[in-house]
Design a protein around this ligand. Structure first.
Ligand code: UDX
Length: 432
């Protein structure tokens, strides 16, 4: 099939490359000329394991193409995927849909035969209805279907998630487009993936409800971890004990710093806006947002406690600053709250992240990038393990730490408290 992905951000690029690898003819379009030129040379704008190899392979065999020519790309395609950004509106909580609607207007001009217009970007419920209205108004002769097909790709695992999805959700209000989408996904369905056909609005809501639920699950275990600390109970035991109940499940029950990333913070806010608009109260999700916003403050209070309220001139080392491992993404990472705060209090921050220097911290005096783990932890008063990169999982702290008083605050519960204690290390995790 001939596909056009509009927007070569995370969603559009990963999905486009994977669709081409399944044998489709895919054009990834973007207004950013430099990005398109780079992609043609195999230069990838994001850090995602396995993506570069797939781009180069499929570009060489000509199943994958990159272009800035929206008109030409739409004209030759059967299915158009809208994959542009839907960020939170400045100063508000609703999603900014200006990019989606601008692209819709462009698409409406070039519908020369039956086409399927699919939203892959996370769009508020009823956006599909709006897209349909805009196209019908601009081009009353157009034959088209508007479909919702959300992505559930995790950063760092996106290719695997695309090839082996837990489910493929397609929301259409007509039979024809469902049949075509089902045949597009046939190679994944034949390998055992579940294909679910629902109404378009339902599909839009599945995406938001899924992310809101996962954010709730994480926030729940984070609050249970707070209680565990008071009770001298290990939260890991609680996660195992709860997770073995098949109705609950063990995934996304790991206590950690405040959740971040490009989806959970944005989507929880956006679903609240939708529920307010339709006059219902998603009070659980509201509580989740509040709890998550408080989480960094709460963990910073523990830092105050560890350092006996003397933060000034203390050397604090951050191992990992991205919101999670296997990504270079800093969006809504809790390090963006914690590092500036500690810096303002007079601490000297040394951070190491496998994905390199972060522009977010360049403006701060005394927030310094270290080239490796050794130089980051060297002489630190406090080491904060912020992100669960594999390379942080077997550090020999005993041999690296020069300062006997150094405290290790493991926000990902990577190490065994007992083993760390046996080595004479001052080690603290979360909820244990
Ligand atoms: C998420 C969804 O998982 C994905 O389906 C959606 O399409 C996009 O948003 P992603 O943002 O890549 O994916 O990250 P995810 O792996 O879900 O983690 C989100 C945040 O939750 C991270 O900050 C992570 O550290 C945190 N987290 C996750 C926990 O604190 N504990 C957990 O058990 C799991």
């Amino acid at each position: 099939m001939k596909l056009c992905m509009i927007g070569t951000g995370y969603v559009g690029l990963v999905s486009g490359v994977c669709f081409s690898d399944l044998g489709n003819n895919v054009t990834c379009v973007d207004i950013d000329k430099k990005k398109i030129e780079n992609l043609k040379k195999g230069i990838i704008p994001i850090y995602e394991p396995g993506l570069e190899e797939l781009v180069i392979k499929n570009y060489k065999n000509k199943r994958l193409n990159f272009s800035t020519n929206l008109k030409e790309s739409i004209l030759k395609s059967d299915i158009i995927f809208i994959c542009v950004g839907t960020p939170t509106k400045k100063g508000g909580s609703a999603a900014d849909l200006s990019q989606v609607f601008n692209v819709t207007k462009e698409i409406s001009k070039y519908i020369n035969k039956y086409k399927i217009i699919t939203t892959k970007s996370t769009v508020p419920i009823t956006t599909g209805d709006e897209i349909e209205k805009i196209i019908s108004k601009k081009n009353n002769k157009a034959k088209f279907s508007v479909v919702s097909n959300p992505e559930f790709l995790r950063e760092g695992e996106a290719i695997r998630d695309f090839i082996y999805p837990d489910r493929i959700v397609v929301g259409t209000n007509d039979v024809k487009s469902n049949k075509i989408l089902k045949s597009l996904y046939a190679p994944l369905i034949s390998k055992g993936s579940q294909y679910i056909h629902v109404s378009r609005r339902a599909s839009e809501l599945v995406k938001y409800a899924s992310n809101a639920f996962l954010a709730t699950k994480i926030t729940f275990i984070n609050e249970i971890a707070n209680l565990c600390e008071k009770l001298s109970v290990n939260v890991e035991d609680i996660s195992i004990g709860m997770g073995l109940d098949k109705r609950i499940g063990s995934r996304f029950l790991r206590a950690g710093p405040a959740y971040g990333g490009s989806c959970f913070p944005k989507d929880t806010k956006a679903i609240i806006t939708t529920s307010d608009k339709f006059k219902t109260d998603l009070s659980v999700v509201k509580a989740v947002i509040k709890s998550n916003e408080n989480r960094s403050k709460l963990l910073l209070n523990r830092v105050h406690f560890f350092l006996k309220n003397k933060i000034k001139n203390k050397i604090i080392c951050f191992l990992g600053v991205t919101f999670k491992a296997n990504t270079d993404d800093m969006r809504d990472s809790s390090s963006l709250t914690m590092i500036p705060y500690l810096n303002k209090k007079g601490a000297i921050i040394k951070y190491f992240d496998p994905t390199g220097v972060k522009k977010d911290f360049v403006k701060y005096k005394n927030v310094l990038f270290s080239k490796n783990i050794k130089s980051a932890v060297d002489k630190a008063d406090l080491i904060i393990i912020h992100t669960e990169w594999n390379e942080f999982k077997s550090i020999n702290f005993r041999s690296l730490i020069k300062n006997k008083k150094t405290i290790i605050f493991d926000m990902r519960n990577i190490y065994s408290p007992l083993k760390m204690k046996q080595q004479g290390l001052k080690y603290f995790g979360l909820g244990r």
